[in-house]
Write a protein that binds this ligand. Sequence first.
Ligand SMILES: CSCCC(=O)C(=O)COP(=O)(O)O
Ligand SMILES: [Mg+2]
Length: 230
Amino acid sequence: MKTTILTDIEGTTSSISFVKDVLFPYARDALPGFVRDHGGQPEVRRWLDQVALENGGICSDEVIVETLQGWIDQDRKHTALKALQGMVWEAGYRDGDFAAPLYPDVAPALRAWHAGGHRLAVYSSGSVPAQKLLFANTDAGDLLPLFDCFFDTEVGHKRDADSYRLIADRLNRSAGDILFLSDVVAELDAARDAGMRTVLLDRREDYAEPRTGDAANGHARVESFADIVA
Ligand SMILES: CSCCC(=O)C(=O)COP(=O)(O)O
Ligand SMILES: [Mg+2]
């Protein structure tokens, strides 16, 4: 059976800077207007209510927006924030405010793996709709058709081995047939605990110091998708 490739996004297929310096500020600025215009829609309200609950119960939309903006500044990987960010980014992609830059080695590798019969899947803290938007709007074109499964924190935290066990179940693969790619060693540790193969993406643009030796914690390490052996 061909290895299924499961990839992270931020720091792996796209730079941390794109997420932190483009996507997050766009969401921060657009959130007040988005909540004002769409806060009454059930699929939006559901997430706003979750944020209110964490704030101790009923609070105004203004307080909810301020809470969400604070979470963006802290880079919290909260499922409600991620779901709302995905909805906000939709307008940004649609209006051409940004496209998603991939590292130049990513699209050729994804296309080659897909052509070679490997299944491709994504596991990111970004919501599944946000992941789909990103891969449909990359600077290398629409790569969405290459992927057949997407997972976000609704399956669990990325540093929890059970999340990877659940993903293997959902992919109908044994964990050993899945290769997980990430820039975060703690995520790779969790995937390895669940039985997956792992590769650390150690991008110089994102991490000034190479993470070799103990810093890679025994994970295979590459600086480019071109060097990954699927
Ligand atoms: C799906 S694009 C936005 C990425 C994002 O919001 C994020 O938090 C990235 O986390 P990742 O798990 O891909 O490192
Ligand atoms: Mg990452």
